[in-house]
Write a protein that binds this ligand. Structure first.
Ligand code: PLP
Length: 334
């Protein structure tokens, strides 16, 4: 038995696990299944809402009335926080990386603005002092009588990890229902929390399946350290819960592939855009250029290289991100 901490139900779960027969056949490798976490909601779709169910429960438990968080200008996490804040009656302040051009209000940023979040954008040199910016805004809200609660990048920390422990619990049911024992679970890794949760959950729910993160920004060493940190924080914070107490986190293996980052965070190659177009046309599945499309393209490349030729089934976690596609739609060639 695994005891979960307090959670607010915000996501539409369980999400379906579906086979991608057309693209699997095209690639000539294992059968690829997709865990449809792009269907966790409409405006709040994607992976962040699973983490925020636990993080926002903690914020409310602590009496917060204001959420402060951060991310890129097209951050899915900021958009999910902005919308959930509106839903829960909490003020939201977003610290965004990079300056917003006067003419740009598209994709996630448009939804941040639409849902009434306060936005502060910083040039990259200034954003590097992120802890100081959080501290400044914390002090500001306290000084005007608010009770602020800070959420780190991507809600990736020990509390956020529960979101994808919950997803792993669903996957255990999915595997049973479809009578499959996949060789691999793959997802995009951007701030590490999804991978931390899946890695913990795979062990807690006996999936017997390794979890691979396909890095979309930093290198494998960075993510191995970051995922390990989130896992350690989780263990320390929740050791009183049954299931957590017995888990030996030292035996967990963290697998990261950093060969598909391309030109950097948020930058996708024409090949990634072609994969996005191909998935839309062969499967009716919509991926984004920053996370899910880049990761799926990486997986497809690995399959084509023969890396998984012995595998029968592979599960791809569709972590959402559709609004980010609209922000880069002019890069899709027809
Ligand atoms: C759509 C999408 N997929 C994947 C990720 C990566 O998840 P994580 O930040 O938990 O590594 C993110 C956020 O970074 C995201 O917005």
């Amino acid at each position: 038995m695994v005891e979960f901490p307090n959670r607010i139900i915000l996501a539409q779960t369980p999400t379906p696990l579906q086979p991608l027969d057309h693209i699997s056949e095209q690639l000539g490798g294992p059968r690829i299944w997709v865990k449809r976490d792009d269907m966790t909601g409409c405006a709040i779709s994607g992976n962040k809402v699973r983490k925020l169910e636990f993080v926002l429960a903690k914020a409310l438990d602590e009496g917060a009335d204001t959420l402060i968080t951060c991310g890129g200008i097209q951050s899915n996490h900021c958009r999910a926080t902005a919308i959930l804040g509106a839903q829960l009656g909490l003020k939201v302040h977003l610290i965004l990386r990079g300056e917003i051009p006067d003419t740009d209000s598209s994709g996630n940023l448009f939804l941040d603005q639409l849902s009434g979040a306060e936005i502060s954008d910083y040039p990259i040199a200034e954003y590097q002092h992120l802890p100081k910016l959080f501290e400044q805004w914390q002090q500001h809200y306290k000084s005007i009588g608010h009770r602020p609660f800070s959420i780190p990048t991507g809600a990736s920390n020990g509390t956020g990890a529960w979101g994808y422990i919950g997803c792993a619990r669903e996957l255990a049911q999915d595997f049973k229902q479809h009578k499959i024992s996949p060789s691999l679970i793959v997802s995009a890794t951007g701030s590490g929390g999804t991978q931390a949760g899946l890695t913990l959950g795979a062990e807690l729910f006996d999936l017997n399946t390794p979890v691979l993160g396909i890095a979309v920004c930093d290198d494998a060493e960075y993510f191995k350290t970051k995922v390990r940190e989130d896992i350690c924080e989780w263990k320390v914070a929740y050791k009183h819960l049954s299931g957590v107490d017995k888990l030996d986190i030292n035996k967990l293996k963290i697998h990261v592939n950093d060969q598909h980052i391309g030109a950097g965070y948020g930058k996708a190659s024409p090949e990634v855009f072609n994969t996005i177009k191909s998935l839309a046309r062969t499967e009716g599945l919509l991926l984004d250029p920053v996370y899910s499309g880049k990761a799926f393209h990486g997986l497809a490349e690995e399959i084509k290289s023969g890396r998984y030729e012995d595998a029968d089934d592979i599960v791809f976690i569709h972590t959402g991100g559709l609004f980010g596609l609209f922000a880069q739609r002019d890069q899709v060639r027809f």
